[in-house]
Design a protein around this ligand. Structure first.
Ligand SMILES: *[C@@H]1O[C@H](CO)[C@@H](O)[C@H](O)[C@H]1NC(C)=O
Ligand SMILES: *[C@@H]1O[C@H](CO)[C@@H](O)[C@H](O)[C@H]1NC(C)=O
Ligand SMILES: *[C@@H]1O[C@H](CO)[C@@H](O)[C@H](O)[C@H]1NC(C)=O
Length: 271
């Protein structure tokens, strides 16, 4: 072949080669150390185009083909979990569109460091009453080299009184000094010095202990003078009696399912 023909072919090849629009929105999302690459085809990309992914370990500065993501179609994602398996390494990924005769330029992702960039999902939470306390059981979503801290938000259901706790990771923690017979809700999130991308758990609610057996509404003769004698403990009943109000305890009205505030049981009162 003549030299000029070879040059022409080479030139044609170069001209034809990089002519597809480059992919856009190349981004890495990561939850609990599972990493996913997503991208969009550039505007005007033909429907038969495929996409190929390469990854770079920044310290090595050598792009590497990912066999599992060498022929993606538009809308497919690339699982980078294995390719980015070292938490302490910084990585990048890039995507190229291609057809039989054409390719696009590469579009490169942001740099990604698994340790700091993954989102830590909420721990598994279970909550139960233990008298004037709550027993909080937690399970981490992923193994972490350095024990994380937990941020626990506690809120009393009745009046919204709340406080926050920062606890070192333990499978079981007792939240103490609570009011017995009362419902609290907690939300928990992980906190680590390396990573503040965390998601809180949904609220978990529990009574510290069984709510009071009797929640009586007492009245003197006038309905406007209603007063609540909660608990009807012997001494408070006596107090009320000395104030001229008697609670009649017709029936036990404890119900573990119904919240106390939702059971305005009307009991007869006597002076
Ligand atoms: C590919 O990149 C080169 C250099 O950055 C640029 O000149 C060219 O226009 C790009 N091609 C396309 C199709 O975007
Ligand atoms: C991604 O790959 C990891 C490791 O091979 C695997 O555990 C995980 O289930 C994969 N995720 C998806 C969404 O396929
Ligand atoms: C507890 O923490 C949450 C957010 O983490 C905050 O909105 C709230 O104000 C804090 N409450 C108290 C009582 O510090």
């Amino acid at each position: 072949m003549k030299l000029w023909m070879m040059l022409l072919i080479l030139l044609l090849h170069l001209v034809v080669c990089v002519s597809l629009p480059a992919p856009s929105k190349v981004s890495i999302s990561s939850l609990n150390m599972e990493h996913t690459l997503s991208f969009l085809p550039g505007p005007g990309t033909p429907p038969d185009a495929r996409f190929t992914v390469q990854v770079l370990r920044l310290r090595k500065s050598q792009w590497r083909l990912l066999a599992a993501c060498a022929q993606l179609t538009a809308g497919q994602k690339c699982n980078l979990t294995r390719a980015f398996k070292d938490r302490y390494e910084q990585y990048q990924a890039r995507v190229q569109a291609f057809t039989l005769s054409q390719t696009s330029n590469w579009t490169v992702s942001e740099k990604f460091l698994p340790l700091t960039d993954t989102v830590l999902g909420p721990p598994d939470v279970s909550l139960s009453g233990c008298g004037d306390c709550l027993l909080l059981r937690l399970r981490v979503p992923i193994a972490m080299e350095i024990s994380p801290t937990y941020r626990v938000h506690v809120q009393r259901t009745r009046d919204g009184v709340q406080f926050n706790l920062s606890l070192p990771y333990k499978e079981e923690t007792v939240i103490t000094y609570l009011q017995p017979g009362v419902e609290y809700c907690v939300t928990v999130s992980i906190w680590s010095i390396f990573n503040q991308n965390t998601v809180s758990s949904a609220p978990h609610c529990a009574f510290t202990s069984r709510p009071p057996l009797q929640e009586l509404i007492c009245c003197d003769a006038r309905p406007a003078g209603c007063s609540l004698c909660s608990g009807a403990a012997a001494h408070s009943a006596a107090l009320l009696r000395s104030a001229g109000i008697y609670c009649t305890e017709k029936m036990p009205i404890y119900n573990s399912v119904i919240h106390p505030s939702a059971m305005p049981v009307w009991q007869g009162c006597a002076h």
